[in-house]
Ligand binder design. Structure first.
Ligand code: AGP
Length: 608
């Protein structure tokens, strides 16, 4: 996630800006930069990689001045290079902008600006803003920023300075957090209070549509009509660590609760509801080549392999193309069948998993076209694939993958819908799936609003030594994922199984000490799952059912029931995984485990 820091006061700005950026390191980033104003001299220093490289650049060429803005970038548009690092400059070099968020209509605005002779120096959507503000500037930075913001669609948290108005920072927010920090003879702007906590605990949180004009002696807030907005001053009583987790006790819980927003971000600008279609700009596969694909391999590891299994079912059901899902570690060493008409989808949150990277390279060597579903922009897999779909889920800090998994399933659904509608899926069915996707964020939120019900379940089952997770169809991979979540953070042995497969061995494990989580949405195989539940109960097993309706067939049969909203079958795993993430999280916490950094595990397995 990108970070913003701004300062205007009597002290030298650079040390304050760098300290603030370091406080934002936890959010994940891949490049950083500062812009300072010394009188009317605007200095820019940027570097890819860690903040230490930016510090080196500043040591080599100090940036003076008691005003400045700074940014850590988590790339969304354009690779993490110095040229794409913020701040971005207007063409006349007088205006510098740092930006969090996504400007959805940036490509169109870029074309219009280029037609007017503006030459772009970066691949970013942010640079569009810098030029729009220059175009609008007519003596007041505040007014120019407002006029520019009227033209953008999407989300932003920005800070802007200009050598034509030393002593002023203009900040604005829509969909990306931003606040003003209040000091004595100095003021701050930040995307996160942790960046300025060492200087002040008095802040004004900006709301969507706010524009703040900040000087060393004060600030004022207006709306996009330039009307004054009165804002409350808040006193921060958190410590830095609490702030980094947004007030949550662990990154994993924060990321679980981010999922309404992250699933929304994965779909942002990509869903065409009225056509039941999707717009995926990064596929880089000509339509005819995409239609020529006659077999698909999906390769991944861990949680990403679970989303691959869901993708397999989606593509085969809706596109009628055979799909093979392969553990990357297996694929790379066996002699797989790959043809020039093979599409190899590579799923990886980190984009750096060694086995997955090797499997992709092997598929490419054998002539397959590769498509990466990756979260980390500019990661190795994202750079080496032939095309891709970025998840836009923001940095996932907790080792146990949660928001990346739901975004992977959504990205697979977006790809499947596009391919199916290019083939023979009807517009009606396409609209139904598109609408179901659009409904997901609110449905996820409705589940999160009942998280305390899951915590109560965790209290009852925290001492179990073994768990069994059962599901059918799309919910079999969801069962596997639920089991993986539990075992990797609570160290309880847990297995996921196709519900019917239980009779072929695992049923021997069932007794009154064995909790069985059963995914039982009201779908075509619901009655079969009920039979499996009864088999478990006949052997004194304790059943937690994840259902979508008040089911008479389960009433009085299961020991616990957690209801999730109904959606189309292929998206049920997105909703079913939320209570399973929470169950694993709360059991692990109650067992005193290190939830964010479980023993023996790494966030990205970059070794074989
Ligand atoms: C999932 O919770 C684990 N952290 C692990 O299985 C992970 O999914 C796997 O290592 C793959 O990582 P990737 O998606 O970054 O490639």
């Amino acid at each position: 996630m990108c970070g913003i820091v701004g300062y205007v006061g009597a002290r030298t700005a650079t040390p304050i800006l760098i300290e603030g950026l370091k406080r934002l390191e936890y959010r994940g980033y891949d490049s950083a930069g500062v812009a300072t104003l010394d009188g009317d001299q605007l200095a820019i220093r940027r570097a890819s990689g860690k903040i230490g490289r930016l510090e080196a650049a500043l040591a080599a060429a100090p940036a003076a001045g008691s005003q400045g803005i700074a940014h850590t970038r988590w790339a969304t548009h354009g690779p993490p290079t110095e040229r794409n690092a913020h701040p971005h400059l207007s063409q006349d070099g007088t205006i510098a902008v740092v930006h969090n968020g996504i400007i959805e209509n940036a490509p169109l605005l870029r074309q219009e600006l280029q037609a007017r002779g503006y030459v772009f120096q970066s691949d970013t959507d942010t640079e569009v803003l810098a030029h729009l503000i220059e175009v609008a500037y007519a003596g007041r930075l505040e007014a120019a920023v407002i006029e520019a913001l009227w033209q953008v669609e999407g989300t932003y948290g920005i800070a802007v300075v200009s050598s034509r108005e030393p002593g002023t920072i203009v900040a604005a927010r829509k969909g990306s957090p931003l606040l003003v920090g209040l000091g004595q003879g100095e003021h701050f702007v930040a995307s996160d209070a942790s960046a300025i906590l060492s200087h002040t605990r008095d802040v004004v949180y900006l709301d969507d549509g706010d524009v703040a004009v900040v000087t060393r002696d004060g600030y004022r807030v207006v709306d996009l009509e330039a009307s004054q907005r009165d804002k409350d001053v808040s006193r921060i009583d958190w410590d830095v660590q609490q702030i980094e987790r947004g007030g949550y006790p662990h990154f994993m819980l924060k990321e679980i609760f981010e999922q309404p927003a992250t699933v929304q971000n994965t779909m942002r600008g990509r869903l065409i509801l009225e056509e039941g279609f999707t717009k995926l700009g990064g596929l880089n596969i000509p339509k005819d080549d995409l239609l020529a694909v006659d077999n698909i391999i999906i390769t991944a590891c861990g949680t990403s392999w679970h989303s691959a299994l869901i993708g397999e079912m989606m593509i085969e059901e809706l596109c009628r193309i055979p799909v093979e899902v392969e553990y990357a570690s297996e694929f790379r060493y066996r002699n797989p069948i790959v043809t020039p008409r093979t599409l190899c989808i590579v799923i990886s949150q980190s984009g750096e998993t060694a086995d997955t990277l090797a499997a992709m390279r092997e598929a490419k060597r054998r002539g397959a076209r590769t498509l990466g579903l990756v979260n980390v922009v500019g990661s190795t897999i994202a750079r080496e694939d032939d095309g891709g779909i970025y998840l836009h889920a923001g940095p996932e800090i907790g080792v146990a993958s949660t928001k990346a998994f739901t975004s992977q399933v959504v990205a697979l659904a977006l790809f499947t819908l596009k391919l199916a509608r290019l083939r023979d899926l009807s517009v009606e069915r396409g609209r139904q799936i598109a609408q179901a996707l659009a409904d997901l964020p609110a449905q996820i939120q409705s589940i999160l609003d009942r998280a305390d019900e899951v915590e109560a379940l965790a209290e009852e089952f925290k001492r179990a030594s073994n768990f069994l997770y059962l599901g059918r169809g799309y919910n079999f991979p969801a069962a596997l994922e639920g089991a993986l979540k539990l075992k990797e953070i609570s160290y309880i042995h847990a297995e996921g199984y196709p519900a019917a497969e239980m009779k072929h061995g695992p049923i021997a494990l069932i007794d009154e000490l064995m909790p069985v989580v059963c995914l039982a949405p009201h779908d075509a195989v619901f009655d079969k799952v009920v039979s499996n539940v009864q088999e478990v109960k006949a052997r004194k097993g304790r059943v937690i059912a994840i259902t979508t309706r008040d089911e008479p067939a389960l009433r009085g049969v299961v020991d616990h029931e957690f209801r999730i909203p109904e959606t189309v079958d292929l998206l049920t795993p997105v909703l079913a995984s939320i209570p399973l993430q929470l169950l694993a999280y709360h059991i692990a916490v109650k067992r005193g485990c290190n939830v964010d950094q479980p023993r023996n595990l790494a966030k990205s397995v970059t070794v074989e």
